[in-house]
Design a protein around this ligand. Structure first.
Ligand code: FMN
Length: 223
């Protein structure tokens, strides 16, 4: 697979087959992604990979806590700025509307939207769940490094015929996840990531998200 094919075919997959992914494949992806760049070569990424059995135990634990804590435990960081300015606000809104449209859920049907959102906490049925942590003693440049590692994982997954979905949604369950994976206190959960084989028949996977045209964000200066 060409890099351009991996980039073009990566999408946020929100429905998976139960087909298992061998641990050796997960290991090979996370290992190859070590070549991701980072400022000063700090490599500030930390990842926990959960296979089907531990994953189902974690999912059951979160499901049991959901009724008492429908909003989770509170995120350690703001997933979005409190006042999201334009054009980001509209993009976020449209992305949500387009996603719910694929499964025929109107804006008024808050319950159906909540239930779909809760699928985050089942890794959308994926057989593998990854948790990405950053050392809380580092700053924004190192968070960007973690993002580079995550994108490298997502592209390498494509090469294996696998799909992914990065999931900041998991940040609100950081206490439960930290305890479950045994993360040391200096690490902060940034995001989860579902990994598995895409369910080709699932309507939600038909979503093709917009992108602003190049002219909106790139300036070419010089000849
Ligand atoms: C760091 C990060 C966190 C994300 N968190 C979630 C999430 O919690 N749940 C979800 O369904 N999608 C999540 N997404 C997916 C984005 O909504 C998606 O990348 C965006 O809408 C563009 O669509 P695409 O990935 O299909 O190209 C996340 C993406 C990134 C990069």
């Amino acid at each position: 697979m060409k890099v351009s094919e991996a980039v073009a075919s990566r999408m946020s997959c929100r429905a998976y087959l139960s087909t298992p992914v061998p641990e050796s494949t997960v290991r090979a992806i996370l290992d190859a992604a070590r070549r991701a760049p980072s400022g000063g070569n700090l490599q500030p990424w930390h990842v926990y990979a959960l296979g089907t059995v531990p994953l189902s135990r974690l999912i059951a634990a979160v499901r049991a806590s959901l009724p008492a804590h429908p909003r989770g435990e509170g995120s350690e960081y703001d997933v979005y700025p409190r006042d999201l300015v334009e054009p980001y606000r509209s993009r976020r809104f449209k992305c949500g509307e387009d996603m719910y449209a694929t499964i025929g859920v109107p804006r008024e049907d808050r319950l159906a939207r909540l239930l779909q959102f809760a699928r985050n906490y089942e890794f959308f049925g994926a057989p593998v769940g990854l948790f990405f942590y950053v050392d809380r003693r580092v700053g924004p440049p190192q968070w960007a490094d973690l993002g580079m590692y995550m994108q490298t994982v997502m592209l390498l997954a494509r090469e294996q015929g696998l799909h992914t979905c990065a999931q900041e949604a998991w940040s609100v369950w950081h206490r439960t996840v930290d305890g479950f994976v045994g993360a040391p206190p200096e690490l902060m959960l940034f995001a989860g990531m579902a990994l598995g084989y895409r369910d080709e028949s699932a309507p939600i996977n038909t979503l093709v998200t917009d992108r602003a045209p190049l002219e909106d964000f790139a300036r070419f200066i010089g000849s």
